[in-house]
Write a protein that binds this ligand. Structure first.
Ligand code: GLN
Length: 381
């Protein structure tokens, strides 16, 4: 046996695959991994099939097909008031996770520090480590999951190359507001810090809040890779199509990595999404659609011993289970799947410094019937 000195010694199989597998093995209702259990618009499937039949089945250009890049650029202009050049500032990727990896690999060097806010999505820290960078973890406050700006200031050093942010936030559903944007702008002003803004839940935002894209702000947009995902927006997580918009100089470096990670993303799906996005189909319905699901789930959970934490965006609802048990979150998530037949996600895989709190993440991107059946089981716990 040739010994392997792992580059990621503390990484196992992601919690999403672990919990979805456990749910399948046990026949449990799966509110763990974030994906809808309902289908996308059938016309979107027709569009993919049409593009396939019309022969769009070979490699796309590495930066993505032009109609999709144009549609993305037009959306940014219409929603956030910034014009990105489809030729030099928009790149289609095989999902948001690829985009995050590419951006980090493109600009982070050994010795660079990258600030992440925990709980943070499980791919961030491995991406930084593979690039040779040093993750600097700042904890969001509990239970508001707000940014501690004093801690952020203390975390910034001359070696800080990037800050990774995520709003609406996975796994907590927290959302950055205008006050946070001001603090972030002040923090990076005059520095060489780049921002990786994971905005994959941009259209899933509730209670009348406005999505504060980095694209809205000149000084922030000038230093930002913004990552988006069509899986979340079009209920097609399995199609794995996302994108990055960034100023040309950043995009040039980004594409150098992207073209050697996946080269290009699958062609007919890009054309079909372009058809929908060009007319902005399905975007504005998303927030009310998911807000109704959040509210249904919360209503169904009233009278349970789970206490909801505020969820202002994304399709995840955190629930505090301290009234039930004080066992560690991963243990309880597994026991809940086995004994009550509902799978969830613990937040510990998203944490590095903080002691994991007694909360679990439930995905409400599910048919109403699924949420009803799951809640009926959870209220008995
Ligand atoms: N983003 C999804 C979630 O948070 C999971 C994606 C994945 O499984 N890699 O549940």
């Amino acid at each position: 046996m040739i010994p392997i000195d792992s580059k990621l010694p503390s990484v196992g199989t992601t919690i999403f695959t672990v919990m979805s597998r456990l749910a399948a093995d046990l026949g449990a209702i799966n509110l763990s991994q974030g994906f809808p259990d309902f289908d996308c618009d059938p016309e979107l499937i027709d569009a993919v099939a049409r593009h396939m039949r019309e022969g769009r089945n070979q490699y796309a250009p590495m930066q993505g097909v032009l109609p999709l890049r144009q549609a993305i650029a037009n959306k940014y202009e219409a929603y956030y008031g910034r014009r990105y050049d489809p030729d030099t500032e928009v790149t289609v990727t095989s999902g948001g996770t690829e985009a995050i990896f590419d951006a980090v690999a493109a600009v982070v060097r050994p010795g660079d520090e990258v600030i992440v806010l925990e709980p943070c999505y499980d791919s961030y820290v491995p991406a930084i480590e593979l690039a040779g960078g040093t993750p600097v973890v700042v904890s969001l406050t509990f239970p508001q999951y707000a940014v501690d700006w004093d801690a952020m200031r203390r975390a910034v050093t001359p070696r800080t190359r990037m800050i990774m942010i995520n709003s609406p936030h996975n796994p907590t559903g927290a959302v950055l507001g205008p006050a946070e944007i001001d603090r972030l702008s002040a923090l990076v002003d005059g520095s060489r810090i780049l921002i990786l803004s994971d905005e994959v839940y941009e259209h899933i935002i509730f209670d009348g809040l406005r999505h504060e894209s980095m694209a809205r702000y000149d000084a922030l947009a000038a230093r930002s890779f913004i990552v988006g995902s069509f899986g979340k927006t079009y209920h097609t997580t399995g199609w794995k199509v996302g994108y990055t918009v960034a100023p040309a100089a950043l995009t040039t470096e980004f594409r150098k990595v992207h073209q050697f990670v996946t080269f290009a993303t699958n062609t007919p799906v890009q054309y079909a999404i372009a058809d929908f996005l060009a007319v902005r189909r399905g975007l504005d319905e998303l927030a009310p659609f998911y807000q109704a699901k959040r509210d249904l789930f919360l209503r169904l959970m009233e009278g349970s011993r789970f206490t909801p934490l505020p969820c202002r965006g994304s399709y995840f609802q955190l629930m505090d289970y301290s009234a039930i048990t004080d066992e560690p979150d991963a243990d309880f998530a597994i026991r809940l799947t086995r004994e009550s037949g509902v799978a969830s996600i613990p937040t510990s895989p998203f944490l590095y410094r903080q002691r994991p709190p007694t909360v679990l993440r439930f995905c409400f991107a599910k048919k109403d019937k699924t949420l009803e059946d799951a809640a009926a089981r959870l209220v008995r716990v």
